[in-house]
Design a protein around this ligand. Structure first.
Ligand code: GLN
Length: 493
């Protein structure tokens, strides 16, 4: 009997094609695994066995007719930020409780069009605001990984933590996420997975609950770089329903994986060597540089001088956009509604009851920086910084084909260990990832090693806008050199 949980997405496609198992068998095993794990990992907001079976049946029929498509029969977990028609979509927030969209997000639609099978929606930080998946209305998601000899519950990272946990636990074969400041790459690093966000505009935002529209990037998680390349390819494409959608063709990115990096120039930015960065992260980064050098790449020291302003600028721009995007949740049309004495009172009571603390904090910050008198001092200034960061990358990419950095400043941390402290502690998780969102350039995290306690760490590759091919080639070289095969020991149901 095949052990489904060990299979990659490409293994699954080969197994289906060889008739080792059917899409229905796989879907049933996936749903059972999801149900069994839910009590311990809490990574799903919805598990939908019926729809999974129906989609798998159609997939088997298509394959029997010789009409199998790129992802036919592969179960994919969907972050609860993507609208799936007829399925409760809440962004892990109470304010959207019971909301069942009558439409499908473009990205999920692209996956179903290629035969992928829906089986469940994954938990996330409320409205994608966070780095630990502790703020979901349905409670924290638990990382399948534990430190050696410890039973302490660790965060899977966030905000796309449910997707990361479901894939790392071997329940799914691919998963979707969104990355506004690091929400795919950071949880990928914390769970030993590959996580990518393509160039801004490659994946449509239509039907994705908005957090900070100019920074929101849908993207996938995969077990391997090749799986991730295929998912990114299927999820991408021009969408007239998103005015910022990129109109160009989607290249074949799977072909970029496995290409040699010989002669490629890889930039190592000195500003990413932060004070107080754990020695292990620094060592892994040095190892990554060596791996690429040995594979024939030329290593170039570069400078991204505006890096230190990236987080402060992000925490002005993202809350500003969020405060505007979240104004629509007023209790009038869907979700929670708490009656007040008059309209304003109803708004206030509804929003106080419906939004959690972190979301309220962001709305307050965003409203403040956009208010008359502060707009120029904060918001306009942050936009100027954004431009400078963009120029930093443009200059760097005149000299190099891709940039290598660590993904996160630490491995996964304990549940509750940062959430209850100063919020800035949590925000610092994204110190290496936010810059790529601010500049809109593609970036990927690849599992590259384990820390002293046996927890996964990732390396990040950043590439020029629209050059995902370079990103996947370099990521493939790191994957091959790192030979990362570690898996969490199964303790969950
Ligand atoms: N951790 C960052 C935040 O809290 C980024 C989240 C994300 O990428 N969605 O805003």
């Amino acid at each position: 009997m095949t052990k489904f949980s060990d299979l990659t997405l490409h293994d699954v496609l080969a197994g289906l094609e060889a008739k080792d198992f059917s899409a229905v068998e796989l879907a049933e095993a996936t749903v059972s695994a999801a149900e069994a794990a839910q009590g311990d990992l809490n990574c799903f907001t919805v598990i939908d066995g019926e729809r999974a079976k129906a989609m798998a049946e159609s997939s088997d029929a298509r394959r029997a007719r010789g009409e199998a498509k790129l992802l036919d029969g592969v179960p994919i977990a969907m972050k609860d930020l993507f609208a799936v028609q007829g399925v409760e979509t809440t962004a892990s927030s109470n304010i959207l409780k019971g909301f069942k969209p009558e439409y499908e997000s473009t990205v999920s639609g692209n996956l179903w069009n290629e035969g992928a099978v829906f089986f469940g929606k994954t938990s996330m930080d409320e409205f994608a605001m966070g780095s630990s998946n502790e703020t979901a209305a349905t409670g924290p998601v638990i990382n399948p990984w534990r430190a050696q000899g410890s039973t302490e519950k660790l965060v899977p990272g966030g905000s796309s933590g449910g997707s990361a946990a479901a894939l790392a636990a071997g329940i799914s074969y691919g998963a979707t996420g969104t990355d506004t400041g690091g929400s795919i790459r950071q949880p990928a690093a914390f769970t030993g997975l590959v996580g990518a966000k393509p160039t801004y505009g490659r994946c449509s935002r239509w039907g994705v609950v908005a957090f900070a529209s100019s920074l929101d990037h849908p993207g996938p998680f995969g077990k391997t770089v090749k799986d991730t390349a295929l998912l990114t390819q299927v999820m991408s494409g021009h969408d007239p329903k998103d005015s910022t959608s990129y109109p160009g063709e989607v290249p074949n990115w799977v072909k970029a994986v496995g290409k040699s990096v010989k002669g490629m120039k890889i930039g190592v930015p000195k500003e990413y060597r932060m004070d107080g960065m754990p020695g292990e992260i620094d060592k892994l980064w040095t190892k990554g540089v060596e791996w690429l050098r040995e594979a024939g790449a030329e290593i170039v020291d570069i400078s991204l001088p505006m890096t230190k302003y990236a987080l402060p600028a992000y925490y002005i721009i993202a809350p500003a956009e969020a405060s505007s995007n979240l104004a629509r949740y007023d209790g009038m049309r869907y979700g929670v509604r708490v009656e007040g004495d008059d309209l304003t009172d109803t708004y206030e009571k509804t929003r106080s009851a419906g939004f959690g603390n972190e979301v309220q904090r962001r709305i307050l910050m965003g409203t403040y920086v956009l208010s008359a008198g502060y707009y120029d001092a904060y918001y306009v200034k942050a936009l100027k910084v954004r431009r400078k960061i963009f120029e930093d990358f443009n200059l760097a990419f005149e000299k190099v084909d891709a940039i290598l950095t660590p993904t996160t400043p630490s491995a996964a941390f304990g549940i509750g260990s940062k959430a209850d402290a100063d919020p800035i502690e949590m925000y610092l998780n994204d110190i290496f990832t936010v810059t790529a969102n601010i500049a809109g350039v593609p970036a990927i995290s690849v599992p590259a090693g384990l820390d002293a306690s046996g927890l996964p760490l990732g390396l990040q590759v950043i590439a020029p806008a629209l050059d995902e091919a370079a990103m996947f080639t370099v990521a493939g070289a790191i994957e091959e050199a790192a030979g990362f095969t570690a898996k969490p020991e199964k303790w969950w149901g």
